[in-house]
Unconditional design. Sequence first.
Length: 387
Amino acid sequence: MSLTIATELAARFRQCFGKEPRLFRAPGRVNLIGEHTDYNDGFVLPAALDLAVFVAIAPRADRRLRLRSLVMDETAEFDLDDSAPLPRGDWSDYAHGVAVVLARAGHRLSGADLLIDADLPLGAGLSASAAFEVAVGYALLAVSGASVDKVELAKICQRAENEFVGMRCGIMDQYISCCAVAGSALLLDCRSLEAKPVAIDPSARLVVCDTMIRHRLVADEYNERRDECERAVALLSSGIDGVSALRDVSIEALMRHAEDLPEVIFRRARHVVSENARTLRAAAALESGDLATCGRMMDLSHASLRDDYEVSCPELDLLVDIAQGLPGVYGARMMGGGFGGSTINLVDADHAAAFAGSVQERYRQAKGVTPPVFDCAPGPGAGPVGA
Ligand code: GAF
């Protein structure tokens, strides 16, 4: 964990605001498998990164929130008593939304000055926005003297993004940023919100490769996929008993009712239903040290996201193709919402350094840019810095 960034942030805070801050951090995430399953009440297998968003905070005497982001090099101010708060369509909505939803949930927040920095790259599909929401939410609750229930905070941050920002995301990113366990991924049941730590075998590394493609229409495409899943549920629930989400549909039942669904809706449902099964299988394999099976599930996940869910892009497919041909690679797939961002690769630890070099060289030859590669150590969830 980077303590340097936190120490520098505290020094900048003293300079800017002339008072002593408290420091909090919330991590970004990787997801081994379980993509576009969270908003279908399904299963996911994420882990937190050791890269994070950092917040330095001190209370103010009035009811204003003043945020300065060193990442954006911008400042934003809000009045906590504003009776009709509106999004501005920029980065500050994520923080403002969290304050608004916390207040709606009955928390009496203090005014505060916040200085924000991160070593987590933006737009790389590592969930920087969820980390930002969680870091701000944690810090606001702490300086307001409230206790922090991490699952509750995750739900509040998800609601802020759904209702204030307008992205109808699931719970995965906020949950793992809040509740991650160092050294492990979490097998999360997105219906019950029960999570089981699954240790990452030290003989394997989680390696992230960034396409450097930043797609601007992600929220529209993402919300469209959610609508398609809801349509599948509406159509299937008239023919299959007890279906309130795609989580409740088995692959056999889906195949029996294939004719009831338009072709595109059928493929969307087939991705979600088969991805839930792959996620459970991958988690069991990881737990028993069967890295080959876990990796094979990741490869199948990519094909399903590319062909059935149609959320990949040529650059993600290229990074996955390159990775799958390299020695020591158990599995590779696109990660997160899609349309750009990063891939996740399960790589034998002894091959990880050579893997990074080969991916960078081959992607550069094809695309003319060298993709950033991160070898990730699963870290802890959000909290005070140094705790
Ligand atoms: C994004 C969303 F924020 C998550 O909730 C999840 O749906 C993911 O895309 C796809 O699995 O990261």
